[in-house]
Design a protein around this ligand. Structure first.
Ligand SMILES: *Cc1c(COP(=O)(O)O)cnc(C)c1O
Length: 407
């Protein structure tokens, strides 16, 4: 008899986006003339930078001739991309990362989801609340949690991001082994300072723990004093793995390219307490289960680092940040407390009521779709997330309607 992995049965069905779609569908049916504006999505809306599509086209043409055709590439990514990454994203900021510490992949979702299989079944896991659901669900699938009770999985150490801690969780009181972090944060848009991040790196060093740092939104950091990479923090290379993606920084959500940084000094421990480098383990996993990102996509990603590509990618991000500024200033004028928007495409708003109630009200009265915070965890109840991923004209229209609805 073929039996299933019982841990899958513990997973909570994600009603979040299906519920939103259902409610939006019903609203549209009863208000066929009303134009709905979506500020709920976590997906970019603007086209790829031209430098990327040009490089993409050129690489496709190379694939069309025997003389320049490419078959399987290196699983870890082509050197041209790994070298462009370290030069521009790390060495230019004083973070000493080498090209062979970069693992190019088809997404930070896969990487943040897959990384947990390198670690022991009984690892004590710390996960933020509210959270990007991938970190939690992949550990549930792997059997590192108990059942779901009262809105939380047994056996997980939740790191609450609340108004009291300015949406940056403090160190856990109990000892943990594996710590998931995401800054600038999805869904809250909060950021972490170098000093705060240093306390986490110090904690990891003292407790033989490992930090998994998701920096998918680093391109949105405008405040130059904030860390874009955890490797700007002293001692981080021994205790941290970083995840990056071209999805939000250059519009690659549908093109698929990301990378993971595993420094060679970064270690975990074997059953006898001996230090083991993580780099060869991740390399082995990557080579066994992954066959590389397609050549044209890697050429398109490389073009993000060309002079034209840098300017065009920056324009994209600046455009979204302009939307975020407008959302933030209007929400402030309406007298709501919020975080994010300054160094992030997300604005996390205290709804002063149940988050689904606020969702319904915004849809009914303004025809605007937000994301109810409760979908991201227990601490998200009472909040909603607005996203800056839309056109400026739509954001202007949406905010005018919200102003009228809430006034
Ligand atoms: C969008 C996003 C990513 C990027 O995922 P890809 O698979 O690279 O598109 C990673 N982490 C978080 C928190 C995100 O919101």
């Amino acid at each position: 008899m073929i039996k299933i992995n019982e841990h899958y049965l513990k997973l909570q069905a994600s009603y979040l986006f299906s519920n939103i779609a259902k409610k939006v569908g019903e609203f549209q049916k009863s208000n066929p003339d009303k134009e709905i504006i979506r500020l709920g999505i976590g997906d970019v809306t603007r086209a790829l930078p031209q430098a990327c599509t040009e490089a993409f086209h050129k690489a496709v043409d190379e694939m069309a001739a025997d003389s320049s055709f490419r078959g399987y590439g290196p699983e870890q990514g082509y050197d041209f991309l790994r070298e462009a990454i370290v030069k521009n994203d790390f060495q230019s900021r004083g973070a000493d990362i080498a090209a062979d510490e970069i693992f190019v992949s088809d997404g930070a979702k896969c990487d943040t989801g897959n990384i947990q299989e390198l670690f022991t079944q009984d690892a004590r896991i710390a996960i933020p609340d509210p959270v990007y659901p991938v970190y939690l669900d992949t550990n549930v699938m792997a059997g590192r949690t108990g059942n779901f009770e009262d809105g939380r999985y047994k056996g997980i150490v939740y790191l609450d991001a609340t108004k009291e801690n300015n949406y940056v969780p403090g160190l856990p009181e109990e000892k943990v082994d594996l710590i998931y972090m995401c800054f600038p944060n999805n869904p809250t848009g909060s950021t972490i300072t170098k000093a705060e991040l240093q306390t986490w790196v110090d904690y990891a060093r003292e407790n033989q723990a490992l930090i998994l740092f998701d920096a998918a939104y680093e391109a949105f950091i405008r405040d130059e004093s904030l860390p874009k990479s955890i490797y700007e923090i002293e001692g981080a290379k021994e205790v941290a793995i970083e995840f990056r993606s071209f999805s939000k920084s250059a519009g690659f959500t549908g093109t698929r390219c990301a990378y993971t940084v595993v420094p060679k000094e970064c270690t975990a421990y074997d059953a006898r307490g001996g230090k083991q480098a993580i780099h060869p383990l991740w390399n082995r996993r990557h080579c066994t289960k992954f066959n590389g990102v397609s050549y044209p996509v890697q050429r398109a990603a490389e073009a993000v680092y060309s002079e034209a590509g840098k300017t065009q990618a920056k324009e994209l991000v600046t455009g979204y940040l302009k939307n975020a500024d407008l959302i933030a200033s209007e929400i402030k004028n309406l007298g709501y407390d919020f975080v994010g928007g300054d160094n992030s495409p997300y604005i996390w708003i205290e709804a002063k009521r149940d988050s689904w109630e606020f969702f319904d009200m915004l849809l009914d009265k303004a025809g605007v779709v937000c994301t109810p915070g409760a979908g991201f965890g227990k601490c998200g109840e009472g909040y909603i997330r607005l996203s800056a991923f839309n056109s400026y004209a739509n954001v202007e229209k949406a905010m005018a309607r919200i102003k009228k609805a809430l006034a």
